[in-house]
Design a protein around this ligand. Structure first.
Ligand code: ADP
Length: 466
């Protein structure tokens, strides 16, 4: 149980970010302290070397003033006041003979070879060496310098004092590192928490949504920039999903509604057939009506499938080159009888030919749907004009009528599946014509634009990049 809790904690982002922050912070602190400590150590060594050098220079002057015997007695005198464990002095001849030495019991066998090898030349520089006092295992510094003709002076000085001083630093550093680790754990935890609180809000909202509160959104103000972006994108995605859900619901409602009426009619016909005795001719008529209802249902279902396929970009027939004018003329001829019946003037204006690249069958349905609507929603003695032209490398086809028009409130929805404006409900139709026209036009790199005013008329314009 406890182990599970630990492993759960270790798997949290909060824990990992805190650990990463602490490790990075600690490594940085140790590296800075190491550099600092090394600098102090180097400066201490330099100082000690300077002191040793000064002492050799002092002894060289003594030798020059009072000769070897004088120097020896002076050194013997001075050594009485010194602690032999802290310092030693030794005079060597160039042959390696010891001419004088203070008490060197605690210094073991101090190296001569390097001094003799390096100081043979007249103008040789003094030699500095780090040695170890075997008795205490302490580090010490030693200088060997030629202080007169054939005479080498070696001075060794224990680093005990300097080490004590460095020890204080080491101690201080370790305490500071521990404090820094503790502080960095808190800072890391605070920063991670601060970033995650906002993310937590996104998670909470997602949870609420999954429990059914589809209207919930993440509050975007006052967040870190990255989280703000995440929240905004998340909210946008939710808006989109909500719109999709709504439109799916509408489609479902509409399908149910639009299927119910023809099905009810079919049932009514069947019922009448059962309950009443009628001449054979009437039964025939009833069968014809049933077939018509079924056909319109099949039509509706097929149109919906066509729209879905065009929107999904599947089963796209190959593009072909054809004359658009021929296609529009055919559509006009098809609808002319209906227009004539309503005494609507059909005004067609297009060039002799207009080459177009696209799917002919789709284009036929787009043109017939828009032309059919223009005639359907224009009262008797109205006017419908169709124009086609090329403008700025775009093929533009416009269907203009002076019919009932579309209100501003309805305009944004007319391309939605099954949407029908209230004023047009007296006319036949199921509200799929414009959805299909839009889906087909867009699948051929085109678009449909509409402008309309109630009781003045509408203009549907198709534009295709060629
Ligand atoms: P419908 O089968 O109802 O004609 P559409 O999808 O073709 O379905 O059109 C959707 C709705 O847009 C129509 O019900 C009608 O209210 C409106 N509409 C379409 N074209 C016109 C037009 N030329 N003039 C006025 N209203 C139109």
């Amino acid at each position: 149980m406890f182990l599970k809790k630990i492993s759960n904690l270790a798997n949290t982002l909060l824990f990992r970010l805190t650990v990463m922050h602490t490790v990075a912070f600690t490594l940085l602190a140790i590296a800075s302290f190491a550099v600092f400590y090394y600098r102090i150590y180097a400066v201490t060594m330099e100082r000690m070397d300077e002191e040793l050098l000064e002492e050799t220079e002092h002894h060289a002057t003594l030798l020059a003033e009072s000769g070897l015997a004088g120097l020896r007695s002076k050194m013997a005198e001075e050594s009485e006041f010194e602690d032999p464990a802290e310092e030693f002095y030794r005079l060597l001849g160039f042959d390696g003979n010891v001419l004088f030495a203070t008490d060197m019991q605690s210094w073991g066998s101090v190296d001569k070879k390097e001094a003799l090898a390096n100081l043979a030349a007249d103008d040789a520089d003094p030699v500095f060496q780090s040695i170890v006092q075997p008795r205490w295992d302490l580090e010490a510094r030693m200088i060997s310098a030629a202080i007169g003709p054939g005479i080498i002076l070696q001075i060794g000085e224990s680093l005990e004092e300097a080490d004590e001083y460095l020890e204080i630093f080491r101690h201080l550093f370790s305490i500071l590192i521990v404090i820094l680790i503790i502080v960095s754990v808190f800072i890391g935890w605070y920063l991670a928490r601060r970033a995650l609180v906002d993310m937590e809000a996104v998670t909470l909202t997602a949870e609420e949504i999954s429990n059914g509160s589809y209207d919930r959104r993440v509050n975007v103000t006052g967040q870190l920039k990255e989280i703000e972006r995440l929240s905004t994108t998340f909210n946008k995605m939710l808006d989109r999903i909500q719109i999709l859900l709504r439109s799916m619901k509408e489609i479902n409602d509409n399908i149910a509604h639009d299927l119910r009426s023809p099905l009810a009619r079919i049932r009514g016909i069947a019922e009448m057939t059962l309950v009443s005795e009628k001449p054979v001719e009437e039964y025939r008529n009833m069968a014809v009506s049933t077939m018509e209802e079924c056909d319109s249902l099949i039509d509706m279902i097929n149109t919906m499938l066509d729209i879905t396929e065009a929107e999904a970009g599947v089963n796209g027939a190959a593009d072909e080159q054809f004359d658009l004018v021929v296609l529009i003329n055919e559509a006009c001829e098809l609808f002319r009888p209906v227009a004539d019946e309503k005494r609507i003037e059909l005004d067609c204006r297009f060039p002799e030919s207009l080459s177009f690249r696209g799917v002919r069958k789709k284009m036929q349905r787009v043109v017939t749907n828009l032309l059919e609507n223009a005639i359907k929603y224009t009262p008797e003695q109205g006017k419908v004009s169709i124009t086609a032209s090329v403008q700025d490398a775009e093929v533009v086809i416009a269907f203009k009528d002076n019919g009932i028009g579309i209100s501003e409130n309805d305009l944004p929805y007319i391309f939605g599946r099954f949407y029908r404006c209230d004023r047009s409900r007296t006319q036949s139709g199921v509200g799929l014509g414009l959805s299909l026209a839009k889906a087909f036009a867009e699948s051929m790199r085109g678009m449909i634009l509409v402008t309309s005013a109630v009781d003045k008329g509408s203009t549907f314009t198709l534009k295709f990049a060629q």
